[in-house]
Design a protein around this ligand. Structure first.
Ligand code: NA7
Length: 546
């Protein structure tokens, strides 16, 4: 049965994914009375929920692991370079059991309310299971891409077949053999679904709005030799990853202006052939800042895609056009025969760019011009309320009645994505204005963010203070630095979830810090070294009653 959450805690950690598990471990090591909870039925976070066909890493498995403990790292062996969701979920169970975290976790427990009490300096947290928790610190490891856009189209409830969002794919799966299946969305998720189910279904209809730049994945199986190879690099990875621009093992090595056209082309070919995200995150940093370089590299990728598709009608629907947006300003998906899926007789690409989806009707998907595509199953790979969505879906009330929901409806602001002015003793990971999925190997970033939080809480204990909160000036300064960095980046000029453009009415701001993982880390460390000098630290006024 479900474990009730203890009523008195030093710290409550919301979320039992990559961040939450390690955060729980760290705070327990500090000697705190800490507990974790998760809405899901078990550990895994993203890797619990995203069980759709073909879900897998785009980061090499051996860099997605935690690097804080050599035994934990080397005690797990991957079967391939980019494993799929079931293996990733098993790894997180291994981590949970190795660190003995299970007794400190309550599953199927959704936090509904969290209210700060300025007199005690503590949070009162309520769950949908009627837990009422009094805790000094509230740590939200709630994920950057965990609030799925489930109600995207009018008429969804009227559909007579099965309709699912990829992040709520049923545990038992869906029987798709012999069915007419529709997939809406061609982001990183849709691409994995499409290439996986194309050979298995009777008919597949893909509704494509914005075509994506894609890179082919090379995914060799790993045997004992490969395992020995990457495990042998543990120290090297541990010292390098945290300082690289995107927290991957590779980093930008070339300067566009220093190379001849032939040399540039050779770099692009070599990185394309690597079958990883190297072409995006280690070729030329100029693709993010210089329109001319962006256009040349984009054309290189488009040409690779055209050569595989051949058919002009397919090219028109599936390959981005010059001037649309540049390579790398959307999340770049890796794929395995994704484009070739459209060459199959049972697969049809329908452009909904000029003829958008109007509604879902009982028989299928209806477009603006009245065409109805009849379907038995609809898979919605339509994305998430990224960055802010996980927290605006909880009632979180800080000082003076300020709520996260109201604040972020006006303007999405944080201090380094870790704390928020007006919300003392409140911490976040994977939150807006920190490096995250957009431009970061998540585990690299989440390890650093959780370590910073544990460091701050440890400092508070040692210094005998009860409350910590960024000052308004500190938050202003971070937002200004973030915006200045982001506005120089072409990501800010392309519509996507990266900057809130995928949701009508969401305030626009690049959600991920774009200054690089290493730079961000240095800035965080500087604050810790200063004794959090730019943060307000106070003792509670009234003596604590507990
Ligand atoms: P994304 O990247 O937000 O992709 C969502 C896709 O759904 C994208 O192709 C959208 O087209 C499409 N979409 C959304 N709404 C509509 C409507 N109304 N009509 C047609 N098409 C629509 O989500 P993912 O789940 O693929 O990836 C999220 C991240 O998770 C990913 O980047 C990884 O970091 C992990 P659009 O581009 O808006 O035209």
């Amino acid at each position: 049965g479900r474990k009730t959450v203890p009523a008195q805690l030093d710290a409550l950690v919301i979320g039992a994914g990559v961040a939450g598990l390690y955060q729980l471990h760290q705070l327990r090591e500090l000697g705190l009375k800490v507990h974790g909870c998760d809405a899901a039925g078990d550990v895994g976070g993203t890797w619990y929920w995203n069980r759709y066909p073909g879900a897998k890493f785009d980061s090499e498995a051996y860099i997605y692991q935690y690097l804080f403990d050599e035994g934990l790292y080397k005690g797990w062996t991957w079967s391939e370079r980019f494993p799929a969701q079931p293996e990733i979920e098993r790894w997180l169970h291994y981590v949970t059991d190795s660190l003995n975290l299970r007794d400190s976790l309550s599953f199927s427990t959704t936090v509904t309310n969290a209210t700060f009490n300025e007199d005690t300096g503590r949070w009162t947290v309520e769950t949908d299971q009627r837990d009422v928790i009094d805790t000094q610190y509230l740590v939200c490891c709630t994920g950057m891409l965990s609030a799925p856009l489930q109600d995207r189209f009018p008429g969804q409830a009227s559909f007579e077949g099965d309709i699912v969002h990829t992040a709520r794919y049923p545990r038992e799966g869906l029987d798709m053999a012999g069915k007419r299946v529709g997939v809406i969305g061609t982001g990183a998720t849709g691409i994995q679904v499409i290439q996986t189910i194309a050979p298995e279904v009777d008919r597949l209809t893909v509704f494509v709005r914005t075509p994506q730049y894609v890179l082919p994945m090379k995914n060799p199986k790993y045997g004992p030799e490969e395992a020995a190879w990457y495990k042998g690099r543990f120290e090297e990875l541990r010292s390098n990853l945290p300082h690289h621009f995107a927290g991957f093992e590779y980093d930008f090595e070339n300067t566009w202006a220093d190379l001849t056209p032939a040399q540039r082309h050779a770099v692009l070919e070599e990185m394309h052939a690597d079958g990883s995200l190297k072409l995006w995150l280690a070729s030329f940093a100029e693709i993010f800042f210089d329109e001319a370089v962006s256009e040349e590299v984009s054309e290189f990728v488009r040409e690779k895609m055209r050569a595989r598709l051949k058919d002009p009608a397919l090219i028109d629907i599936l390959v981005p056009k010059s001037g649309d947006y540049g390579f790398g300003t959307h999340r770049v998906p890796l794929e395995s025969n994704y484009l070739e899926a459209y060459l199959r007789d049972n697969v049809q690409a329908v452009s909904v760019r000029d003829n958008p989806i109007a509604e879902i009707v009982p028989q299928g998907v209806k477009l603006a011009d009245g065409t109805v595509h009849e379907l038995d199953v609809i898979i919605m790979a339509v994305g998430f309320d990224a960055g802010s969505g996980a927290l605006t879906r909880i009632n979180i009330t800080g000082r003076n009645g300020m709520t996260i929901r109201d604040e972020w409806a006006k303007d999405i602001r944080t201090t380094m994505g870790l704390m928020k002015y007006g919300f003392p003793n409140f911490f976040m990971t994977g939150a807006p204005l920190a490096p995250s999925a957009a431009l970061c190997n998540m585990t690299t970033c989440l390890q650093q963010q959780t370590e910073w939080i544990a460091g701050c809480i440890g400092y508070m204990r040692d210094s005998g203070q009860d409350m910590i909160e960024p000052t308004l000036e500190t938050e202003d300064a971070w937002v200004a630095h973030h915006d200045e960095t982001a506005s120089a980046n072409l990501i800010s000029k392309t519509d996507s979830w990266y900057n809130g453009a995928n949701i009508e009415g969401k305030p626009r701001r690049v959600l991920s810090y774009t200054g690089g993982v290493g730079t961000y880390r240095a800035k965080c460390e500087e604050i810790a070294r200063s004794g959090y000098a730019s943060f307000a630290q106070t003792r509670v006024k009234a003596p604590q009653s507990a």
